[in-house]
Unconditional design. Structure first.
Length: 209
């Protein structure tokens, strides 16, 4: 389903199946993604179950998710239009580097999933949930969002579009707002999180924030 949606978002605006940057991007995202899903089907099906939960209960998060969905919908359409009307000329090496950064972002997310089986799609603290402080969580408090930011902010360049950067730029603000709201929940409901936050200073980007 996700493959079909992205193909429509890329190739219909582009008006051509010759949009090679889109083919490369789809390969970078879905080929490793297939093997990651197979891995967790065997090793941690409960994680996949949590990732299938979409109904946020927190009002602020509902607003954030709605806004982010709008941003992504627009952002994924612009590169195809950019390809059709030749608005941008992104050098091939930069496209390839950006694809690698997108892959790195998704690899970080996969590493987070392996480390933290409670990495749900929605903001919640489950009964008997344990605080995870190992692996990438020993570096930043929200490593999954670091991976998401890398993947999303390099997506426009991987798709050969400078104009797409304008559409995806608000992603950083959206992720920051989601992080701050999530931390309020963690501080209240997850035992040990306050002490953990004092020990691991940075939320998403090491030495920055």
């Amino acid at each position: 389903m996700a493959v079909a949606v992205l193909c429509a978002a890329f190739f219909l605006p582009a008006g051509s199946l010759g949009y090679w940057q889109a083919w490369a991007y789809l390969g970078v995202v879905f080929i490793p993604g297939f093997f990651v899903i197979i891995y967790f089907v065997k090793r941690d099906p409960k994680l996949l179950e949590r990732r299938m939960r979409f109904k946020e209960k927190i009002r602020e998060q509902k607003i954030i998710i709605t806004v982010s969905n709008i941003i992504f919908s627009i952002g994924f359409l612009i590169p195809g239009l950019d390809y059709r009307y030749h608005w941008s000329v992104v050098p091939v090496p930069l496209v390839i580097i950006s694809d690698m950064m997108v892959l790195l972002g998704f690899m970080i997310v996969a590493l987070v999933f392996r480390e933290n089986s409670y990495a749900s799609r929605i903001i919640q603290v489950e009964k008997d949930q344990k605080l995870i402080t190992t692996g990438p969580y020993s570096i930043v408090r929200h490593p999954m969002y670091l991976g998401v930011l890398l993947a999303m902010l390099f997506t426009p360049l991987a798709l050969g579009s400078y104009w797409g950067l304008v559409a995806f730029a608000p992603t950083a603000i959206i992720v920051a707002l989601r992080t701050l709201n999530e931390e309020k929940v963690m501080m209240r409901k997850l035992p040990g999180y306050r002490a953990y936050a004092r020990k691991v200073r940075y939320r998403i980007v090491p030495f920055v924030w």
